[in-house]
Ligand binder design. Structure first.
Ligand code: BEZ
Length: 390
């Protein structure tokens, strides 16, 4: 019985390989499954990622490795409980060649499990879940963004070096918040600081008032936070309305990205660490920003860059296999050797397929996250628990 099952599975895998090889040889369209949030607190992030991805494809004349791209879209709603069904629709019903997604770490972990089990190519254009390039890492899984640990760790070093000793953290209680604070705490406490209180609320709750009252009473030297999207807009506004702005400095990751229009003066002066900033002024970034603004009548943000770079990673892999996505090992080998010419500055992928990249210290001035300096040079995620191919 077991032998029969294995034979059927092997036959199915051989058929998938043959189909992919024939499709590439015939120059058939390449199906890209975009699994992103198009509703909810992270909707703007999903849209920016899709814009960035499409922009790179358009710059290549609408084709990668000679194959036109056909998009199949799923709104994942940033809802982990629906994630497995959603990703299975793309893999089993739509037969996509590659999945690009998503934003939310909990959803991404379900996607990584299906990708690992089925061998489908997955490129993660945002979600920082450490496990995706840690214990769940796989030869067919790549990330164009960051691990949650990276910006948090960089900020822990920055605040430690500033001589700050006593910090309260506040975030959503799920992998992204926990791991961002985890990275921060690791570096900050190594530098002699102490996280005196870790405040949380469930994702995507935005009733911050009781926690802000607790911060006011605790009077820490500074606050470290992770929020993003619609939740970040409300948090920064509520922080100011509670009278904390100017009294207890706010530091964070993602809390001012793609949100500055809506946050206005309440965001002024906030320090954050990330792998992108709005005034990098390198030629690659200038060209990217110009083209993005012309195409979408919008300014790009870090999410748009990550979408753009997900398409670049796909292009590198596809070029090496002449569009044949069944050649997974050759695809991975090409991506592992590549230097991705990103608007953020060139980066490579580490052995665990996570970007090795500079993390900038930025400060909000007007409507921009402006670079103050490089907080951590060529920072690699530790890839804890990653056994590639194991
Ligand atoms: C996450 O869930 O991993 C995430 C969401 C928004 C911004 C950054 C990370």
């Amino acid at each position: 019985m077991k032998f029969l099952r294995l034979t059927v599975l092997a036959a199915a895998a051989a058929l998938t390989t043959l189909t992919a090889t024939l499709a590439a040889a015939q120059g058939a369209k390449l199906k890209v499954g975009l699994m992103l949030p198009y509703t909810g607190t992270y909707a703007s992030l999903g849209n920016a990622i899709e814009n960035g991805f499409r922009l790179y494809v358009a710059e290549q004349g609408g084709k990668l490795a000679g194959r036109e791209i056909e998009f199949v879209k799923v709104d994942d709603e940033s809802e982990p409980s629906k994630a497995t069904d959603n990703v299975n629709k793309l893999v089993k019903r739509d037969n996509v060649d590659v999945i690009v997604g998503t934003v939310h770490s909990g959803v991404a972990m379900a996607m990584a499990k299906v990708a690992k089990d089925t061998g489908t190519l997955l490129i993660v254009p945002n979600a920082g879940a450490d496990a995706v390039t840690g214990s769940m890492c796989a030869p067919n899984i790549f990330r164009s963004s960051f691990s949650n640990w990276q910006p948090g760790y960089a900020m822990g070093e920055v605040m430690g070096k500033k001589g700050i000793k006593n910090v309260v953290t506040i975030t959503w209680k799920y992998a992204a918040g926990d791991e961002s604070v985890g990275g921060f705490k690791e570096a900050f406490e190594k530098a002699g600081g102490k996280v005196t209180r870790q405040l949380n609320l469930p994702f995507p709750n935005v009733e911050f008032q009781a926690l802000l009252t607790e911060i006011a009473a605790a009077k820490p030297e500074a606050v470290y936070t992770f929020f993003s999207g619609g939740g970040a807009v409300k948090f920064v506004k509520d922080y100011a309305a509670a009278g904390l702005k100017g009294k207890i400095p706010l530091y964070g990751a993602f809390v001012t990205d793609g949100t500055l229009e809506a946050q206005g003066a309440d965001a002024e002066g906030i320090f954050s660490t990330l792998h992108y900033a709005d005034d990098l002024n390198n030629p690659r970034d200038k060209a990217f920003r110009l083209n993005y603004a012309k195409t979408y009548k919008l300014q790009p943000d870090v999410f748009a860059v990550q979408g753009y770079d997900a398409a670049q990673i796909l292009a590198v892999g596809l070029a090496a296999v002449k569009g044949d996505t069944s050649k997974k090992a050759e695809f991975a080998a090409a991506v592992e050797k590549a230097r991705i010419d990103s608007p953020r500055g060139a980066f490579t992928l580490g052995k665990n397929h996570n970007p090795v990249q500079d993390i900038y210290l930025r400060q909000v001035v007007g409507k921009e996250n402006k670079v103050v300096g490089v907080a951590a040079k060529s920072l690699a995620d530790p890839g804890r628990g990653c056994k590639m191919g194991g």
